[in-house]
Design a protein around this ligand. Structure first.
Ligand SMILES: Nc1nc2c(c(=O)[nH]1)N[C@H]1C(S)=C(S)[C@@H](COP(=O)(O)O)O[C@H]1N2
Ligand SMILES: [Mo]
Length: 433
């Protein structure tokens, strides 16, 4: 056996017998479907923040034309954001092994020399750089955000949002160029394997050494080492890894007892404990700097402002207003969500009436007692304020809200991203934004 070439730019440097057009094609087609869903659910997630309603909601103020698709987020079905964001995060985690295997399968191409044979070739390679870099960037920022909870304070949304557009531009070009060949490669093997056995090779793994693999793209090694696993076996391994990630992640979006199966979900957060308030906590009262002194019956007043002027209500005043119940989940951008909780409190539209909006309900700016941090304010659209299920909640599951779930009062609105369900509410300002 000759010496192994030392430079990765030499095709003979790469010896895995697994590499080949079909292997890459199968992974590529899975990513084509999966990443398309990631992109759509990602854009939807951003629309759910109603960023064009108010600068308070807009995490990418410089998006310009990239916001062309934004639409008014509906207040239902109540599980809508659970579904779109649970899909986005769970699918993203599940696709990690596929992405890594796909990159591994084409890695020799990244080292190929000369760097560019022509202008067209140079452009193609540049788009690959954006594709690979953009893909790794999107997956890395996404995973870091769900695992470490906002490691890029304030900048996660812009990074992930602009990164997605760069990545998707390269992805569309790449998919347009490569999909036809990928489909051909997958079909070719299927035809051979369903053919009349005997004469021809049945599949890549059963192929006699003399029959060259389908390798239009030149991905197969020119000097393959002895196989230790078949191509099909390697694909099964990737599939099994994805399945394992899926099964240890999806529970966080299903909530209830299944949450315990979410071994990969972020841990180490506040322990929600048991009882009626025993469901996930995003940020604790202590973290947000909320003290008992300021939420006590004597100190806390809700300030409600509108055309009728300003009213100040104690918790006892609020409890004298008509009380209503809604079963609604909390669904966080990080992908976790709770099953429906039973909330009780005052309808936002009743508070709008108190502020002077008896007939047409307007938009609403909600502000928390919390003094610092990005989640202390949120703007809600009129359709969300007027929904009869939208509450300023005082109770959950039959008990007063715990300090960590927003005592004395919090917002709960159907289909709203968790982050806009403001806790420790101090001020409601009604009026078109
Ligand atoms: N004032 C305030 N409200 C807040 C937050 C916060 O940090 N501060 N976190 C938000 C986020 S990101 C989520 S997901 C929900 C979680 O609500 P929970 O902790 O009651 O489950 O509260 C939201 N309301
Ligand atoms: Mo959240």
């Amino acid at each position: 056996m000759r010496d192994r070439p030392r430079l990765p730019s030499s095709p003979a440097f790469w010896r895995s017998p697994l590499r080949g057009t079909r292997f890459t094609a199968v992974l590529g087609l899975v990513l084509l479907g999966g990443i398309t869903v990631m992109f759509v659910t990602g854009l939807v997630s951003y629309a759910a923040y109603n960023p064009d309603l108010s600068p308070v909601n807009d995490t990418t103020p410089d998006k310009g034309l990239l916001g062309f698709y934004l639409f008014d987020w509906p207040a239902g079905p109540s599980w809508l954001y659970r579904l779109t964001q649970g899909t986005h995060v769970t699918l993203g985690v599940t696709l990690v092994p596929v992405l890594l295997a796909k990159l591994w399968s084409v890695v020799p191409k990244l080292f190929a020399l000369p760097p560019a044979r022509s202008l067209a070739h140079a452009l193609e390679r540049l788009s690959l750089l954006l594709l690979v870099g953009g893909g790794l960037f999107e997956f890395t920022t996404g995973v870091l955000n769900i695992q470490l909870e906002y490691v890029f304070p304030g900048s996660f949304y812009p990074l992930h949002f602009y990164g997605a557009w760069v990545f998707m531009s390269a992805f569309v070009v790449h998919a347009a160029l490569k999909t036809p060949a990928a489909v051909r490669a997958v079909r070719a093997v299927r035809e051979r394997s369903t053919g009349d056995g005997g004469e021809g090779p049945v599949a890549d793994e059963g192929r006699p050494a003399s029959v060259p693999p389908v390798d239009e793209a030149g991905l197969a090694s020119t000097r393959p080492a002895e196989p230790t696993i078949s191509r099909r076996g390697a694909l099964r391994l990737v599939g099994a890894s994805s399945l394992l990630l899926f099964l240890t992640t999806v529970g966080q979006s299903l909530g209830g007892p299944l949450r315990r199966t979410a071994l990969l979900a972020p841990h180490g957060g506040a322990d929600p404990g048991g009882g009626p308030n025993g469901f996930q906590i995003n940020k604790t009262a202590a973290y947000a700097g909320i003290t008992e002194a300021e939420t006590s019956a004597d100190a806390w007043r809700l300030v409600v402002t509108g055309p009728a002027g300003t009213v100040r209500l104690s918790r006892a005043d609020l409890l004298r207003l008509p009380q209503h119940s809604s079963s609604l989940p909390i669904a966080c951008v990080e992908g976790w969500s709770t099953a429906d909780q039973w909330w009780r409190g005052v309808r936002l539209r009743d508070l709008a009436a108190l502020a002077g909006y008896d007939t047409a309900v307007p938009d609403l700016l909600v502000e928390s007692l919390q003094r610092h941090g990005a989640f202390r304010r949120a703007a809600l659209r009129a359709n969300q304020v007027s929904d009869p299920r939208s509450l300023l909640a005082l109770y959950v599951n039959g008990e007063p809200l715990s300090p960590d779930h927003g005592f004395p009062a919090r917002i709960i609105v159907p289909a709203l991203p968790g982050v806009h369900n403001t806790k420790w509410v101090a001020r409601l300002t009604f009026g078109d934004l």
